[in-house]
Design a protein around this ligand. Structure first.
Ligand code: NAP
Length: 493
């Protein structure tokens, strides 16, 4: 009998890795969570830039099994979300399962025994190998920063900071600051920097649609009511979930609806910026929803400030002191902020995963690896992705998808045990039609109406978002067809 160090290795201790740990612990399974940082968390541990918050309502951006009556406002700031996650980890006693500062270097599937061997390294170079039955990849798609390939970036002698590595405590007071990018992150950081910077130059390649943010603070009495009557909190969450779902149609099937909704964003811009020329430059040409729709009441007004400049000429070159643009202007800077987003497949590539028959995840993921519901892939037996391809969302909380996935994984493990098998793998013949369905449905979505975004792969196909409603996804994965999976026992297993 093959000796295992643990049953399951989970890579990552963000929201999805923690949800997986909670489910594994409840089922009495032995597991280890490998976390490359020094503490729990993912997005909300790493992203500490001024203004960081979640644009999904707090009562929906929390685990369904651990609602939080104490949210301070409708849209929680990032540090409050991180505190919530830390609280959950203590409550469910997960910390002893986590190995901090363990970066996965390599993981390979041993076909003879049907087990994974995972090698991780600590910062001092200590390598640890864990043999486990199952591998859960919970690394997130918004983890590896996308650093733009701008000529002369290395020559710039001021500070350069990607938003995800913002050092808390950094001050921009009196500094000349440049921000590259105008996506969802930039919309949050720009109004904050504008307040303190001596001068803020925003380098915009594509404008973004910004909707009003209705973000009331929650009173203590509301928190007390929710504590005493949790059913009211659940009812509020159900209402938020239902309301958000009404928007999915515009994203997935009827982009024309998004065109109508963009009138609200247009009006929002109009009421904040009186200069017609500036308004034109801030007005997107793409259909709203093709990129993520940020919410902010401060973003547009920031451009009306005297110390803020919108730069729409392309960046041609950086040098020691700043940025030169195509109109020949030179923008002198002390600090350059890269709000340039993430490489959605970067974190997968870094893991060095090699599956059955020598399949390389770093190669396959870039080649458009076909998955089944974003969770399993044919050449990767006993491996489960959380929030994998085609399972993120643009219209509501991604935690809903992730909880459904955790449930699916637990069901597959239980079914494998029930059958006395050692390996579960999705059948290749169901992956191809599922992948084709994802592509075909995405063609009718707003994401493929012609904008550039991180949702699309190099072929222009949506490889990130689920092209349907959350209830549909939940319905389909919560009652898995076990015939879609193979349960086997390898010779040595
Ligand atoms: P993003 O949406 O990918 O935006 C990156 C920005 O950088 C874009 O404006 C892009 O311009 C610009 N850019 C990239 N490379 C450039 C270059 N070489 N020259 C000039 N401009 C360049 O990244 P993000 O804003 O970090 O958001 C990523 C995702 O994070 C979002 O879609 C969302 O899912 C998530 N997010 C969520 C929240 C939340 O509240 N839940 C908040 C922030 C982020 P182009 O548009 O022209 O490519």
């Amino acid at each position: 009998m093959e000796r295992l160090d643990t049953d399951v290795v989970v890579i990552g201790s963000g929201f999805s890795g923690i949800a997986m740990g909670i489910a594994l612990r409840a089922a009495g399974r032995d597991f280890v969570i490998l976390e490359k940082a020094a503490d729990i968390g993912g997005t909300w541990r790493d992203n500490r830039y001024p203004g960081v918050a979640c644009d999904v309502p707090s009562h929906l951006y929390s685990y369904s099994f651990e609602l939080n009556p104490l949210w301070s406002r409708a849209y929680a700031p990032g540090d409050e979300i991180q505190d919530y996650l830390l609280y959950v980890v203590e409550k469910y006693r997960l910390r002893p399962h986590v190995r901090f500062r363990h970066t996965v270097q390599h993981a390979w599937y041993d076909e003879k025994f049907g087990v994974w061997e995972v090698v991780s390294a600590t910062p001092d170079g200590l390598l640890t190998t864990l043999r486990c039955r199952d591998l859960v990849v919970a690394v997130g798609q918004l983890h590896s920063p996308a650093i733009p390939d701008l000529p002369g970036l290395a020559d710039f002698r001021g500070e350069v900071m990607h938003t995800s590595s913002w050092e808390p405590g950094t001050t921009v007071h009196g500094k000349r600051v440049g921000v590259i990018g105008t996506g969802a992150t930039a919309v949050q950081i720009i109004p904050e920097l504008a307040q303190d910077a001596a001068r803020l130059s925003v380098f915009q390649r594509t404008p973004t649609w910004v909707m009003p943010k209705i973000d009331p603070e929650y009173s203590d009495s509301l928190a007390q009511t929710y504590e005493k009557r949790p059913w009211l909190m659940r009812a509020h969450r159900a209402k938020l979930k239902t309301f958000a779902e009404t928007r999915s149609l515009g994203f997935t099937k009827q982009p024309l609806l998004m065109q109508a909704a963009s009138l609200v964003a247009r009006q929002h811009l109009h009421s904040a910026v009186s200069d017609a020329n500036l308004r034109d430059r801030l007005t997107p040409a793409y259909v709203m929803g093709c990129k993520r729709i940020p919410l902010s009441d401060d973003y547009y007004p920031a451009f009306a400030r005297d110390n803020v400049e919108l730069v729409t000429d392309a960046i041609t070159q950086l040098d020691a002191t700043g940025v030169r643009t195509a109109d020949g202007a030179h923008h002198e800077l002390d600090l350059l902020v890269l709000a340039t987003g993430f490489d959605p497949r970067g974190a997968y590539r870094a893991l060095g995963v090699v599956g059955a028959r020598g399949a390389s995840l770093s190669h396959d993921i870039d080649a458009g690896l076909g998955t089944y519901y974003g969770v399993t892939a044919a050449d990767y037996p006993n491996l489960f992705f959380l929030l994998g391809p085609n399972t993120l969302l643009g219209h509501t909380s991604v935690l809903l998808m992730m909880e459904a996935q955790v449930e699916l994984v637990m069901k597959l493990l239980a079914e494998r045990d029930r059958r006395g098998a050692a390996v579960v793998a999705v059948r290749p013949e169901v992956v191809a039609p599922f992948t084709a369905e994802m592509q075909q449905r995405s063609h009718g979505s707003v994401w493929e109406t012609g904008c550039r975004s991180w949702y699309l792969n190099t072929n222009g196909d949506n490889y990130v978002l689920w092209p349907g409603s959350v209830p549909e996804y939940e319905r389909r994965v919560r009652r898995p067809e076990m015939v879609d999976y193979e349960f086997t026992t390898p010779p040595g297993g």
